[in-house]
Design a protein around this ligand. Structure first.
Ligand code: MN
Length: 232
C-alpha cells in the first residue's frame, strides 16, 4: 500500500437495484443538446453533425434521496432529468453495431446546473465547468442491469417538482441514440467499466429553490429523488 499524506476519498459508487454490490464510478460524461425541444428552449440549434460533451467529476455525485444545500455562487439552480448509461466493457473506436455491447445498465440522473454561471460562461466563450461540475451536481438513482440492451423508444422520461410535472418526453426523442453516443465518444476516449454517460435532458428545464422536492423517472428504471435544502 502506498503511504498517502492524508486519507484518500472513498471511490465514488452507485447502488445497484437488487443487490448490495456497488457500481464504482470512474468518469461522468454528459451529452449537450440531445433533445431538439430542449435545444430550442435554450435558444440553440441541434448540431446534427456530431454530439458534444462536457464532464462532471465523480466527486460531484450525490445519492438519490439526498437533501443537498442550495449550492453557492448561483441564483438560478436548474433541474435536468436524464437517462444515465453505465458502461461495463471497454470501447475504443467501436463500430456503431457493436457499441451497445459496452452497456452494463442504466439509471436516472439529475444534471443539476448553475444556469446563470453556465450562461455567463457561454456569453464569454469560457468553459462550462463551474456551471455544471460542482458538489452535488450529479444526483443518480440506483442502476439497473440491462447488459447490452437498448431501452424502448417509447419509455417515458419525466421530472416532477413538488408533484407538478416539469419535464416529459420519451427516450426515442433523443437526437443521438445510446449506441450513436457510445460509438462517437469512443473515438475520443478509451471508454470502459465505471464510465457513466448522462444522455441529455428533454424540454422543460427550470429553476428550483430551497424546499423543493424533485422526482425523476424513466419507465422501467429506478427513480431519482432530491430535496433542495437551505444554502450553507
Ligand atoms: Mn444535461
Amino acid at each position: 500500500m502506498p503511504r498517502y499524506l492524508f486519507a484518500p476519498e472513498p471511490v465514488a459508487a452507485l447502488p445497484i437495484a437488487g443487490t448490495d454490490a456497488l457500481y464504482p464510478v470512474r468518469r461522468i460524461f454528459c451529452v449537450g443538446r440531445n433533445y431538439a425541444a430542449h435545444a430550442a428552449e435554450m435558444g440553440n440549434e441541434v448540431d446534427r453533425e456530431a454530439p458534444f460533451y462536457f464532464t462532471k467529476s465523480p466527486q460531484g455525485l450525490a445519492p438519490s434521496g439526498a437533501t443537498l444545500p442550495y449550492p453557492p455562487g448561483t441564483a438560478d439552480l436548474h433541474h435536468e432529468v436524464e437517462l444515465v448509461v453505465a458502461l461495463g466493457r471497454a470501447a475504443f473506436r467501436v463500430a456503431l453495431a457493436d457499441a451497445i455491447g459496452a452497456v452494463w445498465g442504466y439509471g436516472v440522473g439529475l444534471d443539476m446546473t448553475r444556469r446563470d454561471l453556465q450562461g455567463a460562461a457561454k456569453d464569454k466563450r469560457r468553459p462550462w465547468d463551474i456551471g455544471k461540475d460542482f458538489e452535488g451536481s450529479a444526483v443518480i438513482g440506483a442502476l439497473r442491469e440491462h447488459e447490452g440492451r437498448v431501452l424502448p423508444g417509447d419509455a417515458a422520461i419525466r421530472l416532477q417538482v413538488g408533484g407538478q410535472p416539469r419535464q416529459a418526453a420519451v427516450l426515442g426523442d433523443m437526437v443521438w441514440s445510446v449506441p450513436e453516443i457510445i460509438a462517437h465518444l469512443s473515438t475520443l476516449y478509451h471508454l470502459g467499466p465505471g464510465d457513466l454517460i448522462m444522455t441529455g435532458t428533454p424540454a422543460g428545464v427550470g429553476a428550483v429553490v430551497a424546499g423543493d422536492r424533485l422526482a425523476g423517472s424513466v419507465d422501467g428504471l429506478e427513480p431519482v429523488a432530491l430535496t433542495i435544502g437551505a444554502p450553507d
